[in-house]
Ligand binder design. Structure first.
Ligand SMILES: *Cc1c(COP(=O)(O)O)cnc(C)c1O
Length: 554
């Protein structure tokens, strides 16, 4: 029998040492690092494409050059002056001025009466022109606005105002309603055996999904440098989630005609680190839908997640088929499959606080099964304050919002949502069809199947952002979007009775934009600046920060 003696081992080690010198180890390490970096670079190049990478590089360079230039004293001063001017402009719009404005900057020394509090609110509303939404000239924002629904939500708030689902033993009815909201949504999206949670809004639903896939991929596939693939039309909440969770994002261009994400490009961007694909039904900018069936096939074949963002589609897209609107009109506006019946779909976000008509602060994130949902949870058994376990970002949550959401869903019922879907989508299609048939300067972006319509300009003498600003002068709060510049409206129940007014105002606004462009409106300035030059995005970013600062100016 041969025994490995201690002496033998020593000799072996000495021999190995002569082979693996320090220098050799360094070389091996160097080759390893070069290989890994080349692999990363080639994956990046494949995902972004040559032009995409070049464009990205150009943007990176210009951004850094701008930042350098802005450090020069002269430039810094000039930018500061412009920023201060912009800041004053934003403040003028948002913050009331004058000696007669009462400011509540510190606590009143003694508590106030209920009468005083209500009176003070009435005063504030009068000073600041609230409620401005009642005329209905909005895009999204207020989705129902009916008095009776409002009363029902308020009575639910009243009954459950102190409740908190963090304490299900104290508030058992709230726990039950929370679970039932999710169950009702799962049935709406054809996955009765799936799982989900409620959240505070679409953004939280999306951020939670991103976290769930990150933790799933780490646990199941050992992925430590996760990447996700998002259409350029996807909601900013995906980038936000990725930024929070430390995930690399590949933003994939969309087809300029159909506005659907380029599936071939998505496929090219998939690699061993990919955890998640994203598609929308429907997207925010122009209300179009990605090809969920094709995305699902990719997700299934690579065993990765596919999240379908139905935050905006919410309670509209599940009813299109029943409303007889899913097939569109003459080849336009058709809806393709998008829910859990599509192979490969692993999660869906649905905003109850949009077309579910729930009070603000309510959304649902659904998963294909309960196993995937567990990766969304945060559990800490070692906390000295007790075993801490929470389903989503918040700890304590407002039970009143859950009760309000549950009440809104009971109040409307399937019939109510079906009727809403029919009238809202008919309104959106009337707007789209009228623009096509009788406003030749404008065109509809893509072929939107649901409640959102975006229009751009095909007439060089009409700047569509000018049209948006002219609509603003007529009392409309619409959204300006970029890539290409366009204006969108998300139709709601408030838009339905105003459809003729909208079209008349739009025709007038196109004439205004053609004959007397102001060039000073919000949309023209902000969106125009963003697209004007390489400096644009950096400056708009700074302006946006100023805007956020102003939001908290008392
Ligand atoms: C509104 C919306 C979201 C989420 O927005 P919240 O304001 O956080 O509710 C996500 N995706 C789309 C397409 C949306 O329209």
């Amino acid at each position: 029998m041969y025994l490995v003696s201690r002496r033998n081992v020593g000799a072996l080690r000495a021999r190995l040492n002569t082979h693996f010198t320090f220098e050799n180890t360094k070389t091996v390490l160097f080759i390893y690092v070069v290989l890994i970096q080349s692999l990363k670079a080639s994956r990046h190049l494949r995902a972004r494409g040559l032009t995409g990478t070049a464009r990205e590089f150009w943007r990176w360079i210009s951004h850094h050059v701008i930042m350098l230039v802005l450090r020069l004293p002269a430039a810094r001063k000039k930018v500061q002056i412009e920023m201060d001017k912009a800041k004053m402009g934003i403040e003028d719009k948002l913050v009331p001025k004058g000696a007669d404005v009462t400011r509540h900057l510190s606590l009143p020394p003694e508590g106030k009466s209920a009468e005083w509090i209500l009176q003070e609110m009435v005063k504030m509303d009068e000073e600041m022109g609230n409620p401005g939404w009642k005329n209905g000239k909005l895009s999204g924002a207020v989705y129902h606005g009916g008095d009776e629904l409002q009363k029902i939500i308020v009575s639910a708030f009243e009954r459950y105002s102190v409740s908190n689902p963090l304490h299900p033993d104290v508030f058992p009815a709230i726990r039950k309603m929370d679970a039932e909201i999710v169950a009702m949504c799962l049935r709406l999206y054809n996955n009765p055996n799936g799982a989900g949670t409620t959240t505070s809004g679409g953004t939280e639903s999306i951020v939670m999904a991103v976290k769930a896939y990150r933790d799933w991929a780490r646990a199941v596939k050992g992925i430590t440098e996760p990447e996700m693939i998002v259409p350029s039309s996807g909601h900013a909440a995906f980038d936000k989630g990725a930024a929070y969770m430390g995930i690399k994002v590949h933003t994939i261009p969309i087809d300029p005609e159909t506005r659907k994400v380029d599936i071939k490009h998505v496929k090219r961007a998939i690699n061993g680190n990919t955890i998640l694909l994203v598609g929308s039904t429907v997207n925010f900018p122009d209300g179009n839908q990605d090809d969920i069936v094709a995305l699902g096939a990719l997700a299934a074949s690579y065993n990765i997640g596919l999240h379908v963002d139905c935050c905006l589609g919410s309670f509209i897209v599940p009813y299109l088929e029943k409303a007889g609107l899913a097939n569109g009109e003459g080849g336009e506006y058709a809806l393709s499959p998008f829910d859990f019946r599509v192979r490969g779909v692993t999660s869906i976000s649905c905003d109850t606080h949009k077309y579910g008509f729930a009070p603000k602060g309510s959304s649902v994130i659904m998963y294909k099964d309960a196993a995937l949902r567990t990766y969304q949870y945060y559990v800490n058994p070692d906390w000295p304050g007790g075993v801490y376990a929470s389903p989503s970002l918040s700890g304590s949550r407002p039970g009143a919002l859950i009760a309000g959401t549950w009440a809104a869903m009971q109040y409307l019922g399937s019939d109510g949502y079906l009727e809403s879907c029919r009238s809202i989508v008919t309104c959106a299609r009337t707007i789209a069809n009228t623009i096509k048939s009788s406003i030749p300067e404008l065109y509809i972006i893509g072929s939107p199947p649901a409640s959102v319509v975006a229009f751009g300009s095909r007439d060089p003498s009409v700047n569509v952002l000018e049209v948006g600003d002219a609509m603003g002068k007529r009392g409309w709060h619409l959204n300006g979007i970029s890539g290409p510049p366009a204006v969108h409206i998300a139709c709601t129940r408030l838009t339905v009775p105003l459809v003729d007014t909208f079209i008349a105002d739009l025709k007038d606004s196109v004439e205004d934009a053609k004959t007397a462009p102001g060039g000073k409106g919000n949309m023209v300035q902000v969106y125009g600046l963003g697209n004007s030059s390489v400096v644009g995005p950096t400056m708009v970013g700074r302006l946006a920060t100023v805007f956020l600062d102003t939001m908290y100016k008392a």
